[in-house]
Design a protein around this ligand. Structure first.
Ligand code: ZN
Ligand code: ZN
Length: 345
């Protein structure tokens, strides 16, 4: 049996074409995709490939999705044909050193699932068992598809340990930065969101409920713009980089007060290096963290936040289109005109 899917051949070359519907084995399920979301990672992958996501070509493409169980393999107990479900793009192996010490996001055998821009996707047994969830009745497929990207931010926020009343600055307002704004507000922080794109600055207020926004194109000294908004002008309690550029990592480190926390959340290209003054870490006592990915616990917490209406993810969908328009979708992201695009088969 055939289906249509977006396949990645090499950087800059993807095709929407006929391919086989994956066959499932015991413990696996086949999902009929209802909604897939575009993500910054897809755009990066399109431009330069991806060491973890693309291992052989042609490869499936896209990793944020929700749909309906179309086939359930032998031994699958919790899901039946017709169930509305959302899956994460990975699940920990539960066997490696990191899984055994409870650091599941650092699992050495994370096998990232790709291929959401298609009619169907096969969910491997590990994910079916740990990271496939039923979608509550009142949630749409579009909303549920946000569970994976938001789960990354749920883990990122937990590691940051924000206290109520603290002043938190977030630099970079793509979907991840915007979700960071929202979750920092839920922690009771006063949040300053900084970016350059008017659409994203508007969403920082309307979706993230940011207290202040800084348009980085309009200020000559971004550090001063942040400091002026902090108690006694000492600097932020917490600064978050949500872009993934080494030069920005260096700048964000200088936004926190003594004893502050810096969360360098945007992953940079492999081999990137930064320079920093050791005084900041030692005499100023700042803490630098850079958390990655999510775990089954964060994936569940993410779906709960969406389900209870605490994160109104619908506001982040700026476009809806057919999967065949994938190249147009990537272009819109590149131009900064899109936040999230909901693709339908
Ligand atoms: Zn993503
Ligand atoms: Zn593991």
């Amino acid at each position: 049996m055939n289906m249509k899917a977006v396949l990645f051949y090499k950087p800059g070359l993807i095709k929407y074409e006929e391919t086989n519907i994956p066959e499932i084995k015991a413990g696996e399920v086949l999902i009929k995709i209802e909604t897939a979301l575009t993500c910054g990672t897809d755009v990066k992958t399109y431009k330069r490939g991806h060491p973890l996501l693309i291992k052989t070509v042609p490869s499936g493409f896209g990793h944020e999705f929700a749909g309906i169980v179309f086939q359930a393999g032998k031994d699958v107990k919790d899901f039946k044909v017709g169930d509305r479900v959302v899956a994460a793009n990975s699940a920990p192996c539960q066997n490696c050193y990191y899984c055994k010490i409870g650091e599941h996001n650092l699992c050495e055998n994370l096998d990232l699932l790709n291929g959401a821009f298609a009619d169907y996707i096969k969910i491997p047994e590990l994910i079916t068992r740990q990271n496939l969830l039923h979608i509550p009745e009142h949630l749409s497929f579009e909303e549920a598809a946000f569970t994976e990207p938001l789960a990354n931010v749920v883990l990122g926020i937990e590691k940051t340990d924000i206290k109520p009343g603290q002043t938190v600055g977030i630099v970079g307002l793509g979907p991840i930065g915007l979700m960071f704004v929202r979750l920092a507000k839920l922690k009771g922080a006063r949040v300053i969101a900084a970016g350059r794109n008017p659409l994203k600055l508007k969403l920082a207020k309307e979706f993230g409920l940011a207290d202040e926004v800084i348009n980085l194109l309009e200020v000559s000294d971004p550090q001063k713009a942040f400091f002026d908004l902090t108690p006694e002008g000492k600097g932020l309690d917490v600064a978050v980089e949500a872009v993934g550029l080494p030069e920005l990592w260096e700048k964000v480190i200088d936004l926190v007060r003594k004893g502050g926390t810096v969360n360098l959340f945007g992953g940079c290209k492999a081999g990137s290096a930064i320079t920093l003054d050791t005084r900041r870490i030692h005499y100023d006592g700042i803490k630098i963290i850079s958390p990655f990915h999510h775990t089954p616990r964060h994936f569940r917490e993410s779906l709960r936040l969406i389900s209870e209406g605490l994160v109104d993810v619908k506001k982040l969908i700026t476009h809806k289109m057919h999967i065949s328009e994938i190249e147009n979708a990537i272009q819109l992201h590149n131009n900064g005109e899109a936040i999230k695009i909901a693709l339908k088969p």
